[in-house]
Design a protein around this ligand. Structure first.
Ligand code: FES
Ligand SMILES: [Fe+2]
Length: 343
């Protein structure tokens, strides 16, 4: 394989990838579902935009811009009434579309609205779509599409680099050997699921020289399972493990100020029935966490100091270049305003 010098040059001048001022229009994690009970409202700052997110008594989650169009009170100071929210300050009330439907001092509602944003719940999280109408699904593990799942939250963390850069770790083929001591050469094959999602799956089975690989081989019919699925350049799901039991870890990331990352890891497994299934899943989720910890421990420090600049790519960096290209092909929004970065 030869390194394409033209592409290398172009990926060094990215418009979207690893830029502190923009992110991809998409679904982003906002708040754990369990932290938002029916009738509660919470303030959430998401990608630089301040929101009030509430759960109506019907269980539905509504996300709206934080500040009241009357005088700017934060709506998370207000009160949920049925499926609506009432501002604390002068009691204007807004429905789930953000429309003002009660202005007590005037007797009839003022014709104003607060902007609302599409929401969804998946893997124990409330997700917000950062545009008008969702174009793609909430991030999911490809193997578990449409499956009911059990989850466990791992760590919540802040890293001193952009989410795009942090996610690259999972497809940095060579570092599995240099950092994580994996006795297997990883070679990825990419596949685009849609405009906003791409998977990289390992294609190798390993040679005869490693005792560990020989030991593991009976558990893999084909290649050693390791695949990463990226959504909106910001959330990734890793799938790995023997054929009889796959582990799934989601890294739900979002861009915060100064080009840093705030993230939450989520362990995921297919729901299994009965008490036995529940106990089995607790063990699987615990094991998944140990696998995640092992990989996180090896290189968490490097992401506090890295100044990412792929000046000299090698063939082993091919997937990274493909990921950069994939990110560059998506719709960028400005951090803070969520307006199009292209206008
Ligand atoms: S500031 Fe919200 S009703 Fe006055
Ligand atoms: Fe790593």
């Amino acid at each position: 394989m030869t390194v394409n010098s033209h592409r290398v040059r172009s990926t060094r001048k990215t418009q979207i990838f690893n830029h502190a001022g923009c992110f991809i229009e998409g679904w982003y994690w906002a708040i754990p579902s369990s932290k938002l009970k029916a009738g509660q409202v919470k303030p959430v700052t998401l990608l630089g935009r301040e929101l009030a997110i509430y759960r109506g008594t019907d269980g539905k989650v509504v996300a709206l811009d934080a500040y009241c169009p009357h005088m700017g009170a934060h709506l998370a100071e207000g009160k949920v009434e049925g499926c609506r929210i009432r501002c604390f300050f002068h009691n204007w009330q807004f429905d789930e579309q953000g429309k003002c439907i009660d202005t007590p001092s005037l007797g009839k509602p003022v014709l104003v609205s607060v902007r609302t944003w599409p929401t969804a719940e998946q893997y124990g999280m409330v997700w917000v779509w950062t545009g008008e109408t969702p174009q793609q699904p909430v991030p999911f593990v490809p193997e578990l599409q449409d499956e009911e799942c059990n989850i466990a939250f791992g760590s919540r963390f802040v890293k001193n680099c952009h989410p795009n850069v942090l996610l690259i770790n999972a497809i940095d083929a060579h570092h599995f050997n240099t950092v994580h001591n994996l006795p297997l050469q990883i070679v990825f094959e990419k596949r685009e699921l849609n405009q906003n999602a791409i998977t990289f799956s390992n294609t190798t089975r390993g040679g005869e020289e490693s005792f560990l690989i020989k030991l593991l081989r009976p558990f893999y019919k084909n290649a050693v399972t390791y695949s990463m699925c990226y959504w909106y350049g910001s959330t990734g799901t890793v799938t790995l493990g023997p054929d009889f039991l796959h582990f799934h870890i989601m890294f739900a990331l979002r861009l915060i100020e100064d080009g840093k990352t705030e993230g939450q890891t989520i362990m995921i497994t297919r729901k299994r029935s009965g008490l036995g299934g529940w106990i089995f899943n607790r063990i699987v989720l615990w094991l998944t966490q140990q696998v995640g910890n092992y990989f996180a421990k090896g290189d968490s420090q490097v992401f506090q100091t890295i100044k990412f600049d792929l000046k000299t790519p090698t063939p082993a960096d091919r997937s990274i270049l493909q990921f950069i290209e994939h990110v560059e092909g998506q719709k960028p929004l400005l951090w803070g305003t969520w307006e199009s970065a292209k206008d």
